[in-house]
Every structure is written in structure tokens, then in C-alpha cells.
Write a protein that binds this ligand. Structure first.
Ligand code: ADP
Ligand code: MG
Length: 218
């Protein structure tokens, strides 16, 4: 029985640079076009006849995999936990894309603020589900304004006094006069797999899960 063609969905954003050495360690060599950032191509062959790669937005890598349109994918647990897709299983922590999801607000306001006294707050974020859940557990009602990027602008523009966003070094927050006041989640990139694919072709899927586990050194 010959193997079916599998699709690996990789995010084209920030994780990709750190993912390239990992793909090499897994002996996955995408065709040359894949490395050209300006290429309009979205699907690429690899040195493995049974594996193609698609390059999509980070949130979309999870969506393609959740619906079984991609068999494997790479996504941060920020994305995985924001969606809570039932069709996804995340068996391997790849150890790349490390950052944290945090609450931030203007430095001078934070100095006189006590988060324990919040009851209703407004937050600009790309993560409304995780944000509401985090605050609800503390008895705080969070009204979320959904943005796709540049959350750091929201406080100074009067959109929301607080934001929930990914932080790694903190330099973007600092450049915008914001400070971290609370951490919601530690984040790293995971190998995600489609539960449907795992059920229909367990052997072939497990082989790729083992390859990623070994490549990531875990
Ligand atoms: P997009 O612009 O497509 O929404 P990003 O490249 O901004 O995607 O982020 C994609 C993923 O990369 C995030 O979901 C997160 O898991 C990870 N990530 C984002 N920002 C950082 C960061 N500062 N440091 C490390 N990983 C990050
Ligand atoms: Mg981005």
C-alpha cells in the first residue's frame, strides 16, 4: 500500500525563521521557491513524495489542520487555545517561537492601578476568547475589541486602556509606553495533527510525529 500525500501547514509569520532549522533537522527539504519570501506560490513540494507544505497565516495553519484540509501543522499554543478546535491534537512542543501572552497598559496608569479591583475592563486584543476566559476566572468582565495587529496603539488612541498581546523581549511595549501587568499564558510552537488523519492513517501520521519529536530533540 503506497502512502497518501500529506499536507503540512506552516505559518509564514514570525515562527517561520525558527522553523527552517527544525525542518532541516527533520530532513524535510522544501523546493527552492519556498525560501523566496516574495513568491506568490502557497503550496510547495518537498524531498518526500508523501509530503507537501502550504504556507499560511498562523491562525489559518490551525484552521486548515482542524478541518483535516492539512494533516499536520505548526502553531503556537496561543492560537491552539484561542480556538479550542476539537479536530486538533498537539503532541509535540517544538521549543521554538517562545513568548508569552500578557496584559499590558500605559506605564503611568499601571503605577496607580490595582488589578485586584478591576470589575469591568475594556481590552484590545487578537485573543478575545483567552482574554475573556482569563478575566472571568478572576471575576472580571472583559469587553474585548478585536484587532489583527498593532494592539500597542490602542491605549494612546483611546480605543482601550488595556491590551492583551504576545510579548517576548518587551521592547515593542516599551517603545509604546506600555508595561506588562499580568501574564496569561506561556507560549511556544507545537506540532499539531488532524485527529481525523490520525484515525484514518495512524501509521503514516505516527511516523511524521516521531520525526518531528526527534528533530525537536524532545
Ligand atoms: P501573523 O502576523 O500571521 O498573525 P505572527 O508572526 O505575528 O503572525 O505570529 C505568529 C505566531 O508566532 C504567534 O501566534 C505566536 O505563536 C508566535 N509569535 C508571535 N510573536 C512572537 C514573539 N514576539 N516571539 C516569539 N513568538 C512569537
Ligand atoms: Mg504579526
Amino acid at each position: 500500500m503506497s502512502d497518501e500525500k500529506l499536507i503540512l501547514a506552516v505559518p509564514k509569520g514570525r515562527i517561520l525563521d525558527e522553523l527552517l532549522p527544525l525542518l532541516a533537522a527533520c530532513d524535510i527539504q522544501p523546493e527552492a521557491d519556498f525560501f523566496e519570501k516574495d513568491s506568490r506560490k502557497l503550496r510547495f513540494e518537498t524531498n518526500h513524495p508523501d509530503l507537501d507544505i502550504i504556507r499560511v497565516r498562523a491562525f489559518d495553519a490551525a484552521t486548515f489542520t482542524a478541518f483535516g484540509a492539512a494533516h499536520l501543522g505548526v502553531a503556537g499554543n496561543d492560537v491552539i487555545e484561542e480556538f479550542e478546535y476539537e479536530g486538533i491534537y498537539a503532541p509535540v512542543d517544538l521549543g521554538i517561537g517562545q513568548c508569552r501572552l500578557s496584559v499590558a497598559m500605559p506605564k503611568e496608569e499601571a503605577a496607580q492601578d490595582d488589578p485586584r479591583r478591576w470589575s469591568h475592563i475594556r481590552v484590545a486584543t487578537k485573543y478575545p476568547h483567552l482574554t475573556r476566559k482569563h478575566f472571568a476566572a478572576r471575576g472580571v468582565q472583559a469587553e474585548c475589541i478585536k484587532l489583527s495587529g498593532a494592539m500597542e496603539l490602542a491605549p494612546s488612541m483611546g480605543l482601550a486602556r488595556r491590551i492583551v498581546d504576545l510579548v517576548s523581549t518587551g521592547s515593542t511595549l516599551k517603545a509604546n509606553g506600555l508595561v506588562e501587568v499580568d501574564k496569561i499564558l506561556d507560549v511556544s510552537a507545537r506540532l499539531i495533527v488532524s485527529r481525523k488523519a490520525l484515525k484514518t492513517m495512524p501509521g503514516q501520521m505516527q511516523r511524521w510525529i516521531d520525526i518531528f519529536r526527534e528533530g525537536a530533540g524532545v
